[in-house]
Write a protein that binds this ligand. Sequence first.
Ligand code: AMP
Ligand code: ZN
Length: 111
Amino acid sequence: MSDCLFCKIIAGDIPADIVYQDDKILVFKDIAPKADVHLLMIPKIHIESLAQLNESHNDLIAYMMLKLPELAEDQGLSSGFRTIINTGKDGGQEVFHLHTHLLGGNNLPGF
Ligand code: AMP
Ligand code: ZN
């Protein structure tokens, strides 16, 4: 965990462009945006990926899911948005601290 990039952002040891935070989650701009709006939502506790979730995380995951449309609305994405969670090496995950990509705007690439 001590070498986890996103834990360092949570700790304030690495700067990030933070758009929202509370006691459970942190939301910041992706450093290499793939769309007009490209945010990352992370839990403040270190969870490696979706594959490490268990029932003790039920409330946290529900909380994160419900926050996503709220954040999209705040970003002006009233006509829709995309969420992506890459899981594991073969899923394209590069940072091994669970995160949801929130993408939207005019430059949203095809999928
Ligand atoms: P993933 O491939 O799903 O693990 O996505 C990791 C994401 O983290 C990529 O979209 C990167 O551009 C982004 N990223 C890496 N380093 C930083 C950073 N220091 N601040 C913000 N975003 C970052
Ligand atoms: Zn971490």
